[in-house]
Write a protein that binds this ligand. Structure first.
Ligand SMILES: O=C[C@H](O)COP(=O)(O)O
Length: 416
């Protein structure tokens, strides 16, 4: 297998996705190698999402692994200060790892950090980690240009029991991966993933799929590795056979990437918004989300995000290209009433962050011509949630004379 630093993980076999296992010690590295891991990822799970392992342990692991697989290491959850980030990345690369993973943390100066990284002559490949539950305003294409990164990974920061799929639907993960691939970046996904997530994510063909919690006894991330769980995940990934190119295109077009492909294929015009609804719901059900949707006859609750203002690259006019302008989002979602056993548990309801993170991901996809397109994409993201029945989206451009202009649309769940 060729390595990430030499141009990518893609080898000449039919296998597309590689199994990354996060470990904290030499003993754990040996265990995951025996189970069939493709990449040993050195990370201290008790020190945050991307906790760093001590330099001495990294050296010891590198010596023991002796080039059998690529080795990645995280730099820790460092604040986004250019000097701090550049220092941490350079120090980790100097230890001799193949890949350095840097999380784009909220706050600070992410763009300044990316610029500082470009100045470094790194011995390792740089992979930027974006957290789906704390999405940065970092677009993969721009991130590559600024930092010289070789890859991007989606992960979660919270490390509670919510997975990547709880924060971002497959359609948006597919969009993120597509955009990264277009920028010639290697791609990875992780974030409290369990065995049920493996196949749907493999269908999106990331280069890497990463795990820690699912490899541990009783799924406890900071606990001991469970050799059986490691072998099970390895077998799932190694045993997966990608669908053919033509079938893959057909599936993603209809099931997962309906919105992003529609934009690409129609040059910005939006296609039938309902076309992706049914397969997307089926996919959600495969992942364990059981839709309670049963039509809109019964009582409904309303969840809303009002007056959420973001800078967006939008518009058909010359003076709207290459710049951002203020756009106000107001979203009302009618949802099936909360289950009786809600139990004060955020996982059992529709989290506002699902709406906010969806909007952020959509606008990070690059310039959009029409507010109608943007509204449609936001509506489709919201209605894809298993509990959503009806969504109303209002999008207003705030910087146009003489006042706010925009669009208001209503979409309902397709029967399926
Ligand atoms: O890079 C992969 C991570 O270590 C994944 O950890 P997790 O599965 O516990 O979220």
């Amino acid at each position: 297998m060729r390595r990430w630093p030499d141009g990518g993980f893609q080898d000449n076999t039919t296998r597309m996705t590689h199994f990354l296992a996060s470990v904290r010690s030499r003993a754990e590295a040996e265990l995951v190698l025996a189970a069939g891991a493709d990449i040993v990822d050195l990370k201290e799970p008790e020190r945050g999402a991307l906790g760093a392992v001590a330099p001495g342990v990294i050296r010891e692991c590198l010596a023991a692994i002796g080039g059998r697989t690529p080795v990645s290491a995280t730099v820790g959850d460092v604040p986004m200060r250019p000097e701090t980030v550049a220092g941490a990345v350079a120090a980790t690369a100097d230890l001799g790892v193949d890949i350095v993973k840097l999380g784009i943390m909220p706050g600070g100066d992410p763009w300044g950090c990316l610029e500082a990284l470009r100045e470094l002559k790194l011995r390792a490949s740089l992979v930027l980690v974006c957290f789906a539950d704390a999405l940065p305003d970092v677009d993969p294409v721009e991130a590559r240009a600024k930092s010289g990164a070789r890859g991007v990974m989606l992960d979660t920061m919270g490390k509670d029991n919510r997975s990547l799929l709880d924060h971002m639907p497959l359609s948006l993960i597919a969009r993120f991966l597509d955009r990264a691939r277009d920028a010639a970046l290697q791609t990875g996904v992780a974030g409290s993933l369990r065995t049920a997530h493996v196949e749907p994510l493999l269908e999106l063909r990331p280069d890497v799929i990463g795990f820690r919690g699912a490899l541990c006894e009783r799924g406890v991330r900071g606990g001991k590795l469970d050799p059986k769980a490691c072998a099970e995940i390895a077998a799932l990934i190694a045993g997966y056979r990608p669908v053919t190119e033509a079938r893959f295109e057909a599936r993603t077009t209809s099931a997962m990437c309906s919105i992003c492909l529609a934009r690409r294929e129609t040059g910005g015009r939006t296609e039938d918004p309902g076309s992706g609804g049914r397969p997307e719901r089926q996919m959600e059900q495969r992942l364990g989300h059981v839709s309670t949707a049963s039509g809109t006859d019964g009582p409904l609750d309303r969840i809303f995000v009002h007056n959420y203002v973001l800078e967006v690259e939008i518009g058909v006019h010359h003076n709207e290209k290459g710049v951002t302008q203020r756009v106000r989002f107001s979203v009302d979602i009618d949802v099936q009433p909360n289950p009786k056993d809600l139990d004060d548990d955020i996982n059992r309801t529709l989290d506002y962050d699902y709406v906010i993170n969806g909007i952020k991901t959509i606008i990070s996809g690059g310039h959009i011509n029409l507010v109608e397109t943007l509204a449609e994409e936001v509506a489709q993201h919201c209605i894809a949630h298993p509990r959503a029945e009806r969504v109303e989206v209002v999008i207003e451009k705030l910087d146009k004379d003489p006042g706010a202009v925009g669009v208001q649309i209503v979409r309902r769940k397709q029967e399926g």
